[in-house]
Write a protein that binds this ligand. Sequence first.
Ligand code: SAM
Ligand code: SF4
Length: 472
Amino acid sequence: MTMQTNDSIKVGELEFPPRKVWLKTYGCQMNYHDTERILSHLSGMNFTKTDDQSDADLVIFNTCAVRDLANQKFYSHLGETKKLKTHPDIDPETGMKKNVIVAAGGCIAQTEGKDLVKKYKQLDFAFGTDVIDNIGEMVYRAYAGEKKFTVTAWDRSDNYSIETKITQGTPQAFVNIIKGCDKFCSYCIVPFTRGREKSRRLAEVVTDIKRLVEYSGIQEVMLLGQNVNSFGKDNNESLGQLIMELEKVDGLHLLRYTTSHPYDVTDDLVEAHANSKKLANHLHLPVQSGSNTVLQRMLREYTVEHYLKLLEKMRKANPKMVITSDIIAGFPNETEEEHQETLRLLEDAQFDNIFAYAYSSRKGTKSARMDDVLTDDIRGRRLREVMDLQLSIQAKIRSTMVGQSYRVLVDGKNISKGVQKWQGRTSCGRIVHFEPAVVDQDYMWHWVDVEITSSTALSTQGKLLQDLGKTL
Ligand code: SAM
Ligand code: SF4
């Protein structure tokens, strides 16, 4: 229960004066969405966001455990927070800056929370991925004086039921529809950090999105899940059905979803891509490797042939479809021939873009227990070969955009070579930059039509054709 008293808010027994929270997010869109949820809960406790860590009363890290690089960045950033506790504005009793609370949440905290709290003196509490909605309670405990605690419980209820929280005031919203992952790919830590798969009910998601469109001005929705196209399996529902229900929501203009597993691409999902007018002309479908023997060792449950067939079906269902993917270079004991098979797949699949990573061993996963003859140098070289080839492929694909017009929702601006440009994303997920028709004209969150004038592998420039304003 919260009660407003002047500037302070009374929560339970405690007064919460206006305070600042600084948040740092690592990793995937799921984490960014969780951070938004955290912020929304904290705004009810009188916290506003600050981008200046030294100005913060509460510092929260939302961590990612998928690759070692993200882990190392977090440890280093957490180490730096030591100085916050020795800020000049110190509490003579504790020798620490008054009220600066440091917390770590998310995937690393889920599996290592207790150790982190023990190891890092300045860390007040750690919390896992399934207790995001209890952040208010944890912050309350910290301000009530409780120190060094960890909350990493799993939600054991049968249903996954939430209401989407948004804090940004933009027409775009992330909507979680499924959490966890049951796939246990041999290299991946996610099933250990995010738990078992659990879907929301289709009707709940539709009501949630209708509310966002009607009351929060949302026009574009990204449906989220680690394995989003496994949505509804336990309830006899499917992502394809959900998309076709959302098709009927007036005022919703664009629908995206991520991330999909090739094994779970069903015929009704392919049909949704053929029939839905709101679904983006884009599919992110991580393949990971172009070698069947590596896919087997990864426990991916599909073959290269099956994957290519899926692309064919998708492109037939929607000829405008643009496909992007993820590749892991240097999976344990990947042979040179297996690596070459991945390069061949890039040629065959003609991806518009890929996220390519060098394999990173994650403690607790099956592949971390495999003997491995590859060195970091070999992995690095293979990763560069994958990226170089992909860049040359995508430069060619994107050159076909020149002369075509695209509708984009403007989501930012930047200055390039002294020229002010606006940017937005096409339905097929490509970022397009364009110059304003009139200097100082504000296009933020406008829908505009743009004709592509030039493109490279990584950037696309356009000419403004028409400004349609903030709603279609
Ligand atoms: N659920 C999605 C799927 O099945 O493809 C992917 C989610 S995962 C968090 C995002 C990407 O991280 C994966 O597609 C994979 O390419 C990469 N990844 C996961 N574990 C990795 C590891 N141990 N080393 C390198 N990359 C990894
Ligand atoms: Fe990780 Fe595989 Fe689950 Fe994707 S499907 S989150 S790669 S275990």
